[in-house]
Design a protein around this ligand. Structure first.
Ligand SMILES: O=C(O)CCC(=O)C(=O)O
Length: 238
């Protein structure tokens, strides 16, 4: 592996958190060299201000979305997607459906010091199976709130450069929709936070269909109920 840390262990502990919490935090998933290469690869990406309001969601950030075929023209981003896809191609991921995840969209987000962040939201339904968000610069808290007020949280992590947060998407574990609300807090130190999120947009061409099954696990059905969105924040299109 070139970008992911060679000691990265995406195995049962991570899967257990995804099943239980809807998300998992993996510290230092990127190697120091991988982090440096990705920071470099994002240097020329032009970001634009995201709309402050999307439905009930509030955000202060700049962003850029790089979808296929443009993603394929960025070798470092393509390499990261490939390494992650390879990590999902072995046990225990085979039974989750995530082995057929193919990242075809990357979103770069930049949160300014003091005010940056996104209130509780769901990613668009079209982002299948799993969402992988890497912290590239700065630190900030990512939380899994219990509701859209964001007052209480199920869990949360201070994410530092190199960390990875995985979130369930539709189709994970054959769940029709096990997405979880999540929120990004402002940068914690005096440094702008930058994240890089890989997604599989099933509405884009050349995308393998997620392995939906008719049976749903009880645990996921409960999650469906808990987070059933009134609307979705579509990160990729704002
Ligand atoms: O910046 C992050 O780490 C998470 C971003 C996020 O929540 C989103 O794009 O939906």
């Amino acid at each position: 592996m070139e970008l992911l840390d060679t000691a990265l262990d995406l195995s049962w502990g991570v899967l257990r958190d995804l099943r239980k919490l809807g998300a998992a935090h993996i510290p230092q998933a990127l190697s120091p060299i991988g982090l440096a290469k990705l920071s470099d690869a994002l240097r020329d990406v032009e970001l634009t201000s995201a709309p402050v309001e999307v439905g009930s969601v509030r955000q202060v950030a700049s962003l850029a979305t790089i979808a296929e075929p443009l993603l394929g023209r960025r070798p470092t981003l393509r390499q990261l997607a490939l390494e992650l896809e390879q990590s999902f191609s072995v046990a225990p991921w085979l039974e989750t459906g995530v082995s057929s995840w193919r990242a075809n969209e990357a979103t770069v987000m930049r949160y300014p010091v003091g005010v940056g962040g996104i209130s509780p939201h769901l990613d668009g339904r079209r982002y299948s199976l799993i969402v992988a968000s890497f912290s590239i610069a700065g630190t900030g808290r990512l939380t899994i709130p219990t509701d859209r007020t964001g007052v209480h949280e199920r869990c949360g992590w201070v994410c530092a450069p190199g960390d990875l947060v995985l979130l369930r998407g539709p189709g994970f574990d054959a769940c029709r929709d096990g997405r979880m609300l999540h929120a990004a807090g402002p940068p914690e130190c005096d440094e702008t936070r930058v994240s890089l999120t890989l997604r599989m947009d099933k509405s884009l061409p050349r995308n393998p269909a997620p392995p939906f099954q008719s049976s749903q696990r009880g645990e996921c059905a409960a999650a469906d109920e808990a987070v059933a969105p009134t609307h979705s924040r579509d990160v990729g299109t704002v």
